[in-house]
Design a protein around this ligand. Structure first.
Ligand SMILES: [Zn+2]
Length: 337
């Protein structure tokens, strides 16, 4: 992953200037608070009448389970499963499916009317497999998804997802800010702790709790596997991120560091946690996003657009490729991650 490169994004409004310093760092500076009135295209999702019912899965099926809609969990009937271009089964009423497949791992394509086709791997035999497809309707917007989670703003190659596959552990560095010697007040630590506790479950759809948080004067080294270090260091921010308020070392996991310039700029924590969890800056100006306009949005800070697409991100393994291709080491029905 190359992160956000210099010049890939251009600030569209005077309210926000984006600053990019080191190769993989992402940073944001908010110079003011412009009110932006853009409406959220709400979830429609009307389905077109009752769907024909497919045959019930054969009792001899070696792989069985349910096809659901990503995020909502609604059942998806009429999904078609293909292996090597041959249809091997489908889902019936309630999304139930059963496939007769030889023992082993199979590359499977799953498609359904109104959903994004998914390519993944299934291990046979298996029962109780839940397989979700992204609804191509409602808040789902492919362009925004690509901008937010694949570094797609401003062109360039779309990147694999960099979400966390396990719960991160956050370490708030309580040592004094080194350039001023300012002590880190308890209320600042509490503010950061609360931002983590709210933002992590919100963006991961409850997969992670945001409760693995330590305030410590002995944090692990930068980019220790599984760790996210948060600290205040004005000189480090100036060196690596110009005039930004704060920056994250990279987008996503499985390790990261957030650096705030001064205590007064700790408000940027929600935005930087967004980066830590795998969110990039989307294009500005036409869709509301906390990953673009930071600061003027009230709690929970992230917009409906941000939350829905982040939750789609967390319904997929890291390494998932555009549009919806799971990586080869991800196998449903076997050792899932
Ligand atoms: Zn940012």
């Amino acid at each position: 992953m190359t992160g956000i490169a210099l010049g890939r994004l251009r600030p569209a409004l005077g309210a926000v200037a984006l600053a990019f310093a080191s190769r993989r760092a992402v940073a944001l500076t908010l110079a003011g608070c412009a009110a932006v009135a853009l409406t959220f295209a709400g979830c429609g999702g009307d389905s077109a009448g009752p769907a024909p019912t497919a045959p019930a899965p054969s009792p001899s099926a070696t792989v069985s389970g349910t096809v659901t809609a990503t995020v909502t969990g609604a059942p998806v009937p009429n999904a078609s499963f293909s292996v090597g271009g041959q249809v091997v089964g489908g889902s019936g009423a309630g999304g139930a499916f059963g496939l007769d497949l030889p023992d082993g791992v199979h590359q499977v394509a799953i498609s359904a009317p109104g959903f994004v086709e998914r390519s993944t791997r299934l291990r046979a035999p298996a029962t109780g497999v839940t397989l979700d497809l992204i609804p191509d309707a409602g808040p789902w917007t492919l362009d925004f998804y690509r901008e937010l989670v694949r570094n797609g703003a401003g062109g360039g190659e779309l990147e694999p997802l960099t979400r966390w596959d396990f719960e991160p552990t956050f370490y708030i560095d309580t040592r004094p800010e080194p350039t001023t010697g300012d002590e880190i007040p308890e209320e600042t630590v509490a503010f950061v702790r609360e931002a983590i506790r709210v933002t992590v479950p919100l963006l991961t759809d409850g997969r992670f709790t945001g409760e693995q948080v330590h305030a410590t004067d002995d944090p692990p080294p930068d980019l220790t596997h599984g760790a996210v270090v948060l600290r205040w260091n004005a000189a480090e921010v100036a060196d690596r991120a110009g005039n930004a308020n704060a920056f994250a070392f990279q987008v996503g996991g499985p390790a990261n560091v957030i650096v705030f310039r001064h205590l007064e700029e700790t408000w940027a924590v929600h935005h930087e946690i967004g980066h830590v969890l795998g969110l990039y800056h989307p294009l500005g100006g036409h869709r509301r996003s906390h990953m673009w306009y930071s600061g003027e949005l009230e709690p929970p800070h992230f917009t409906e657009w941000d939350i829905f697409h982040a939750q789609v991100l967390y319904a997929r393994p890291s390494g998932n490729l555009d549009v919806d291709r799971d990586p080869p080491d991800f196998v449903l029905g076997g050792s899932q991650r």
